[in-house]
Ligand binder design. Structure first.
Ligand code: GRF
Length: 242
């Protein structure tokens, strides 16, 4: 049984999506702790309701990042996790923390990286006038919102969108791709180097393009040539398989 530690700062909807998928799909994994850097967060309340073990390491006033992160790393390590999942964890992590959990530290960012790293990605996307926006799950590298990309979901930017409506559309996509990526990591289906992640094929696919209305619990290959004839407002994910 693999052990997962989830780090949160606020709302915790991705944490719930992962916890739900883990339970419903019977992953060979257990969420051993949900750790928040702030007390009194929705994520902690929901985690407790789900019966998950919670911890708080309050970062209020923690100006010495190296010191705080060293304590956090010790706390996380105490649970002996195979995987550390950042789910709306809003602090920048020190290089020492990233290095300590290299290859087993994963994050979701609400943009199609490398576009729009950092804060307010939806506002950045609207200001740039892009027509396609989305979310990215990636292994965490030292660079902010950098590291090998595991999966991306694209959603349209619609006329009349504001930050809230766009964020809501992206968040629905996040809740589909983050559990999928975490499951692949748990099942050790991913090969990665410093830049690239490959999903090991289960049925001989070489390229998949998946639409969420076709995506139930597992990605469905829809065409090696990447042809996608589905409606423009159907979020899609795409990736290479070998
Ligand atoms: C998500 O949009 C995620 O991509 C970003 O922070 C937000 C967290 O939302 N890193 P939640 O706490 O999972 O609801």
């Amino acid at each position: 049984m693999k052990k997962i530690v989830i780090l949160v700062s606020g709302r915790g909807s991705n944490m719930i999506a992962i916890a739900d998928a883990c339970r419903r799909q019977g992953w060979p994994a257990q969420i051993v702790a949900v750790i928040a850097n702030r007390p009194d967060t929705q994520a902690l309340r929901d985690a407790s309701e789900l019966g998950l073990h919670t911890e708080v390491l309050d970062s209020t006033g923690a100006t010495d990042r190296a010191h705080y992160d060293a304590r956090l790393a010790d706390l996380v390590d105490g649970f002996e996790p195979s995987l550390v999942v950042l789910a709306g964890y809003m602090r920048i992590l020190s290089d020492a923390f990233v290095d300590r959990f290299e290859g087993r530290l994963v994050n979701i960012h609400p943009s199609l990286l490398p576009a729009f790293p950092g804060l307010r990605s939806h506002q950045q996307a609207l200001r740039a006038g892009v027509k396609i926006h989305g979310a990215t799950v990636h292994l965490v590298g030292r660079q902010l919102d950098g590291g090998p990309i595991i999966i991306q979901a694209a959603v349209p930017v619609l006329a009349g969108d504001d930050e809230q409506s766009l964020a809501a559309r992206v968040l629905r996509a996040e809740h589909r791709i983050y559990p999928l990526a975490v499951r692949w990591l748990i099942e050790e289906r991913l090969d990665f180097d410093e830049q690239t992640v490959r999903l090991r094929a289960q049925s001989g696919e070489s390229q998949w393009l998946t639409c969420f209305d076709a995506l139930e619990d597992e990605a469905v290959a829809l065409g090696a040539d990447g042809t996608d004839l589905r409606p423009v407002n159907a979020p899609c994910v795409s990736g290479a398989v070998r």
